[in-house]
Ligand binder design. Structure first.
Ligand SMILES: *Cc1c(COP(=O)(O)O)cnc(C)c1O
Length: 470
């Protein structure tokens, strides 16, 4: 059998997979939201030696259906309201398939001029939505983590350039609400762990601009070099937004790179609420976005927009001899903007989906997620044995059960953890937890476009059922 399949075989296999995925997505409501297996259980049926001979496609699909596909969370499930759900549209999935089917090489311009032009267009949409100046752009990345890392490397290069001895003196400023990926990015960028300044957030989980200014001044006084501030819009934990305009002022005054991590909430800027709450984001030096969250495209897709892309290129551009044919002034070689040389065209899934539905429909879906979270908050407030721990913001609500007579903090934490575990095991609703100022809280995050009032009411009913047998 040649690796070069004939047209009819390709069509047959392709239709088979289309049927499989369409059936899966259309029947999500009848499936559990989350099924898992231990490593031992999951590996046992799959552990075969590399097969010397080929296997019939139907057998492969059958094995996938029996031993692989069931044992996973259904991210696009209406009851998946844990962590940050990723709920891709079907056209976005097809856009991804086109990108891999054609196998465009989106690292340098000339070999994929068409797809690279699409990436520039998509990045320019993001720039406009953020309100950043003409000319700001960047690149699509594997996710938010890579976007933030790329930004911090650019910030570092600006200060350190060819003087690596300065790296030991660089500092970065975040709050205790910053996403873990920001701290990891700072470490990968070579900053010492003590130089990642984790400032305490206030009672609204926001960064305090005066506290930031004081920390920068004190670090400068002791000979350190403040490199970047990473603010959140919004936080994964509670949907809190740092005071972006005030932080932009501090950064401008102090000549510190202002990065905004908008991986979680960024695309809510398409709504009136988001636009208001994110005022000041347009002044950032760079912004992390995550289309695989609230722009409804499949993993993996992050995005970085940089106010002055030349600063990105200064940090990453290398021209080896074997790429001498691809340089050119008006071209954008995305490999010059980040760590990846070989990269696929993530832009296609975004472009196909946004064009298919239009921004108005996407805006509506984002608004609906936020409305459902607000509805959930009202349901929680109406139940005396439930307590809101952080109000609904950008689709996130934190809450806990608080049955009468249970007041000891350790006992409450334990009880909430147990009930959460039981609800998740039932498989209908997948919710997760966090800690707010040290206190255990359950957390829902409503991003998926299949989620409805039914799930909000169902979660509260499940909580009631569990509390009634305590
Ligand atoms: C999800 C998230 C990240 C990390 O993004 P990945 O796509 O998982 O790499 C960073 N920051 C925030 C606020 C996030 O919600």
């Amino acid at each position: 059998m040649s690796l070069d399949l004939d047209r009819e075989t390709m069509r047959r296999l392709g239709y088979r997979v289309t049927d499989l995925v369409a059936e899966h997505l259309a029947s999500l409501r009848e499936q559990p939201s989350y099924v898992t297996r231990s490593r031992e259980e999951a590996t046992r049926p799959l552990a075969i030696a590399p097969p010397e001979l080929g296997t019939d496609f139907e057998t492969i699909i059958g094995d996938l259906e029996r031993d692989v596909i069931p044992y996973a969370a259904r991210e696009p499930h209406p009851g998946f309201i844990a962590y940050v759900p990723s709920c891709p549209t079907f056209p976005a999935v097809l856009g991804d398939w086109i990108a891999t089917g054609y196998n465009f090489f989106a690292g340098v311009w000339p070999v994929a001029a068409g797809p690279n032009a699409v990436e520039l267009v998509v990045l320019d949409w993001f720039r406009r939505w953020l309100g950043m100046p003409d000319g700001a752009n960047g690149l699509l990345t594997t996710g938010g983590s890579q976007a933030t890392l790329t930004a911090l490397i650019a910030a570092r290069h600006e200060i350190v350039g060819e003087r690596p001895e300065l790296i030991a003196r660089l500092t970065v400023y975040v709050t205790d609400q910053a996403h873990s990926s920001v701290i990891r990015a700072a470490w990968i960028a070579g900053l010492s762990r003590e130089h990642v300044r984790v400032l305490p957030s206030d009672d609204q989980f926001q960064m305090d601009p005066a506290g930031l200014a004081a920390a920068i001044a004190s670090d400068r006084a002791s000979g350190l070099i403040p490199m970047a501030v990473v603010a959140s819009a919004a936080t994964t934990n509670t949907g809190a937004v740092d005071p972006l305009a005030a932080l932009a002022d501090v950064c401008a005054r102090e000549h510190v790179w202002f990065h905004v991590d908008a991986a979680y909430g960024g695309f809510a800027i398409l709504t009136d609420y988001g636009r208001r709450e994110f005022t000041g984001i347009e002044r950032a030096d760079s912004v992390t976005l995550d289309p695989h969250k609230w722009l409804f495209v499949p993993f993996e897709c992050g995005g970085l927009i940089v106010r002055e892309p030349a600063r990105l290129k200064a940090a990453f551009h290398i021209m080896p001899d074997y790429l001498q044919d691809v340089s050119g002034l008006e071209q954008v070689n995305f490999a010059d903007y980040g760590e990846q040389l070989t990269r696929y065209s993530r832009a296609l899934k975004v472009w196909v989906s946004v064009r298919y539905f239009g921004v108005a429909e996407i805006r509506k879906a984002i608004e609906r997620g936020m409305e459902l979270a607000a509805y959930f908050e009202r349901l929680v407030r109406a139940e005396p044995r439930l307590e809101v721990m952080s109000p609904s913001r950008f689709g996130v609500v934190c809450f806990r059960i608080r049955p009468a007579g249970v007041d000891e903090p350790g006992e409450l934490d334990e009880l909430n953890e147990r009930v959460l575990g039981e609800i998740v095991r039932e498989g209908k609703y997948f919710i997760s937890s966090t800690r707010l100022k040290g206190v255990y809280a359950m957390r829902i995050c409503v991003l998926g476009f299949r989620t409805s009032e039914e799930e909000m009411e169902g979660v509260v009913a499940a909580l009631r059922a569990h509390m009634s047998v305590l």
